[in-house]
Ligand binder design. Structure first.
Ligand code: 5RP
Length: 232
């Protein structure tokens, strides 16, 4: 039986989608990757949200059966509204996955996590044999950290300790991410806090060094992962 409520049936995105047209163009290629029977890992963010709509159109037009593994409530709700059944990494391994990014460097290293789903997004990426990163051209940078800080997901009680260790690692600014429609900090998809850390120089081993701090669950720095970039 399915929910007949308006929340279950309405596709909703929180706020305006920046660079909507360019993102929309990039979604065409990802919809073309879908095959009947695929279990697809679904990242998070507005590009993923638009990609899901392109995928749902193909599914409907060609009567395909697919299953999504969502990384956030945001995309889980979108899958429900679009009629795409979902499962989790407990039940299934993805055939492939797709996601967005905030920055992509020439070696395909990434900064992700603006949406607060970085921990689940990284688990999905390492669980999937192939991940497509769908971005508009504004995300392509020469060196990481030019526009976005590196989000660091921390166990809430470790926030002060991790802040001090990030500064020791060379961060020149560390900010606790605060919520927009809630008082206090953003709570991630996995129930933690986020520290947004700015580094003047993102060394090639920085992801591992951040991960080595006790209290850090994950960072939004993705260095050396098996990803294929899809852009317009
Ligand atoms: C969410 C993410 C997103 O993929 C990233 O922020 C890109 O978002 P958008 O497609 O809205 O620009 O990492 O945690």
């Amino acid at each position: 039986m399915q929910w007949q409520s308006s929340i279950a049936q309405t596709l909703q995105w929180s706020g305006e989608i920046v660079n909507r047209e360019a993102k929309q163009q990039a979604t065409v290629a990802i919809a073309g990757k879908v095959s009947n029977g695929d279990v697809i890992g679904v990242g998070s963010g507005s590009t993923v949200f638009l990609s899901l709509q392109a995928i749902a159109r193909r599914v409907q037009d060609e009567d395909l059966q697919i299953t999504g593994i969502p990384t956030s409530y945001e995309v889980a709700l979108a899958c429900t509204a679009l009629g795409i059944p979902t499962t989790s990494l407990l039940e299934a391994k993805p055939d492939w996955a797709f996601d967005g990014a905030d920055e992509v460097d020439p070696n395909h290293n990434l900064i992700k996590g603006r949406g607060g789903a970085l921990f689940k997004e990284k688990i999905l990426m390492v669980s999937s044999p192939k991940t497509y990163i769908v971005v508009d051209k504004s995300k392509l940078v020469h060196t990481l950290g030019q526009k976005f800080p590196i989000p660091v997901e921390v166990y809430p009680l470790s926030v002060h300790y991790v802040e001090s260790r990030l500064i020791q690692l060379g961060a020149f600014e560390v900010k606790l991410r605060l919520a927009q429609s809630k008082d206090g900090p953003v709570i991630t998809e996995a129930g933690n806090f986020i520290l947004d850390a700015r580094f003047a120089n993102v060394a090639s081993d920085l992801e591992g060094r951040i991960k080595g701090i006790t209290g850090v669950l994950e960072s939004g720095l993705f260095q050396g992962y098996n990803v294929e970039i899809i852009t317009t």
